[in-house]
Structures are given as C-alpha cells and as structure tokens.
Design a protein around this ligand. Sequence first.
Ligand SMILES: [Zn+2]
Length: 532
Amino acid sequence: MFPLTVENKRVAQLLLSTGTCPRCIFRFCGVDFHAPYKLPYKELLSELQKFLEAEEDELVSEVPNPPPKKIRLQEPEDWTDGMDSLSQNGEGKLSVTEDGSSSSKNSNLNVCNVCLGILQDFCEKEFIKKVCQKVEASGFEFTNLVLSVSFPPQLSVREHAAWLLVKQEMGKQSLSLGRNDIVQLKEAYKWITHPLFSEELGVPIDGKSLFEVSVVFAHPETVEDCHFLRAICPECFKPAKNKQSVFTRMAVMKALNKIKEEDFRKQFPCPPDSPKAVCTVLEIECAHGAVFVAGRYNKYSRNLPQTPWIIDGERKLESSVEELISDHLLKVFKAESFNFSSSGREDVDVRTLGNGRPFAIELVNPHRVHFTSQEIKELQQKINNSSNKIQVRDLQLVTREAIGHMKEGEEGKTKTYSALIWTNKAIQRKDIEFLDDIKDLKIDQKTPLRVLHRRPLAVRTRIIHSMETCYVDEHHFRLSLKTQAGTYIKEFVHGDFGRTKPNIGSLMEVTADILELDVESVDVDWPPALDD
Ligand SMILES: [Zn+2]
C-alpha cells in the first residue's frame, strides 16, 4: 500500500519538485515501516507521481479542515517556482501535464539532492552484489555479519536544509516537524539493504557479529557544503589526531545543532542544489574481530627467551616461545598479527617444567575462526612436532573475558621452583638441612639490578613458603622452593649485593650462586586442563 496520505501531499510535491528522491520523501513524511522503502525505485516513482496527480478535489475533500481557498489558489504558482529552480539545475525536471501523464521517465536518473544517491543506486541489487562479491573474495569465514556504512558528512548539512524547507512548508499548514520525526537515512538504508545482503550472502545480519563489512561513501562534488559551518562555529572544528579532515560527521552535527535557522538559510540553499553525480564508494572493507587461544607451555631450553629478544634493533636469539607457538596459529587462523600474554614469565636461561605456564594469544583479524576440538588437537600436535625446545598442552579456543582469569589474583598464587646452587665454602649435608625447616620466610627485595632498566626502584616483600634441599657435593646442592608469585628467585639465592634480604648466602653464611633454575609449576588453574 502506498504510504503517503493527503496530509503529506504538499510536502511530497515540494520535495519531488526540488529534486528529492521518493525514499527521502518517505523519510521526511515520517513513513516508519519498511515495506514501502523496499519497492523497486521505478515503481516507487510512478506510484508517487500517480499519488500527486490524483484529483485535487478528491484529495481536498478528505482533508478534515480544508485550508482557505485563497491559499489554495496560490498553489499552482508555488509549484511553478519550484520547477523553475529545477530547470536552472538542468536536471531533475518533473513536469506534470494537464492530462495527468508525466514526462519524468528519466527522473530515476536524477541524483537526489538530499541523499546524493544513497537511497537510489546504492540500494539497487547490482550494488549489493558488487559489495557481496568483494566480501566473498576477501576469504573470511563467517556465519553472520554486521554492516557498517559511513556517509559523507555533508549529507547532514543537506538533510538539515531539507528539514528547514519541509518544516516551513508544514508550518503553513499549522503542522510541526521535529528533527526526530524524520526517518534517519541510515535506518532507511538498513531497511532496504539488510535483507538484500542477507539473501545474497546467505547469512543473517547480526549486530553482535564479529565479522564486519564496512562501506565508506564519499561525494567529492559537494565536500565544500560543510565549510561555511566552520566560520560560524569554529570551536566545533578543532583538528584532531588520526582525523584527515576537521569536517567529521560528529563535528558537523554539533555545528548544525548550534547554528541559528536564519544564519543557516543565509549560507546554504534550502532546498539544496541538485548534484551532478551520485556518491562514490571510497572503500569496501572486511574485518573479523579477534579470537583467542589459550594453553600451557613447557620450555626445555636454557637458550630461549619468552618473547623476541631484541636490543638496539638487533636480534640476540633467533627464536622465542611466543614465536614458536604463534607462527603456527597465525598460519592456521590466517590472522594478520597476534598478541601474546602469559601468567608471569621466565628468564631466557630458565626452563619451565611440570604442567607448564598458562598463556593466551590474541589473533588479530583472523580469516578462519571455526575449528573442531579435533582440529585444535592436531594444531597442538603440529606445534609440538616442530620444536623440541617447547611443548604445548591444553590448547583451546577461549573468550576475551576468560583471559582475565589468567591475570586474576596473580599475586596470591604460588610457584614452585628447583635451583642448582653453588657455594664458595665446602659444605656438608648438615649445613643445608636447616633450610628444610624454614616456613613462610618473609624477604625484602629491592628491584634487582638486572631489571632496573625497565622497572622502577622499589622494595617488595615476598614469602618463601617452604624449601627442600638435596645435597649434591661439597660445593653444590639442589633447592626446591615454593614461593609467592613474583619472587625474584635468583636474587634470593645470591643476594644481589645485599639488595635481597635475607638470602641463601646470608642464611648459610657463605657466598652462594645459582647455576640453574627451573619453574616446576605455576599454580594458576586456567585454562581448564583437557583430556589428551
Ligand atoms: Zn534521497
């Protein structure tokens, strides 16, 4: 059913005669149901013309309070004015002849002076197909999508001008029109195109989808439309970082809210001029939100840093834990990049044994995201087969939120270590036994010299919960320690020139040094253990 009523007739006539498209006319008439917008453009136009050509008397009789005759007599004159202004623009001519036939067969080629073609060409199936071809060629795996469209900011200026025009016309009929009574361009565009996209791609449109297709429109011909606003409202157009132009949509909207109606009318034509060309498509881009993989790793090498070790731009060691794991993930997920995080870290010469250290990897812009647990298992196997320096277990897909568990309450967790210790003085079994009896020893650690370049100088207190010794020979013994997370173990052994107090050396009254250190366990019960 055609959605306009007699009340809309004058506004519709005015807008059509000034070069506005039928769908924009619906918007300004507040048509807020979807169906009429979806009609084919040509059909819409001819329906609209039929409506406007209907017998004046017929329509007037339906008006509850017919306007005084005097005003009605002026109507034809007004209409002619409108058409004259159109003729000057050369296009958009719509002449309704006496016998009711119209000579506007080519009207659908005229570019709308309000939406600049957005609700015309860019709602057509051909355009939707073009976008969908790009989406399919992008190689992303997706089961739904979110569509984001960006219109040129000057559309808001034109929309404002058309609003003032319509408001004035309605004022003549003692009617009012608030800005919110107009259906937003974005809304109407959505109503028309979403079902078409959905049908073409065979997946639903879902605002929560991680897969985003963004279409950016521009209209070079009218970029200067916004410029007068800057003179009137300079504070709205301050240069901002990452913005190419000060004329952002937000800034334009802000200025339009501030500007007085009469000032606007002085500076900008109401109705807006008809443009020569429709918008151009600046870009069609696809992107997938990050996905997350977690697991635990063991590190069996004393020559492997956790993250790439680069000093002054020079790489010190050829690989790292994060690369040995992430390189495989990047390939399989076809992701752009990754971010690695873990529950604490070990030094380059420290091994991580036992159940391993929890880690999580964010895969940025992945093209593949759906994996069965079997496929993830195979991926883990692939990582494990590729290097004997590391092994991975419990590899699984996790949510962004779940990663919080890994960092949660890290301070309260305990870690278990095993250290090989050297002493300068010869020792007997009995010289070390007393360490086994020490429980919950409080130590103060000044920031170690070796990390001072990247951490602030501070003193922190840590707890050595328990120790267990194992005698090796006169100058060596093994020490197992259970400590609070964040304890500097090496410093607790050699004392760091007295910066850690007490330390193994001071307790034993010898000079002690640490030859080897292994992390035996990291007591974080995340991610959940998987059956192998
Ligand atoms: Zn339009």
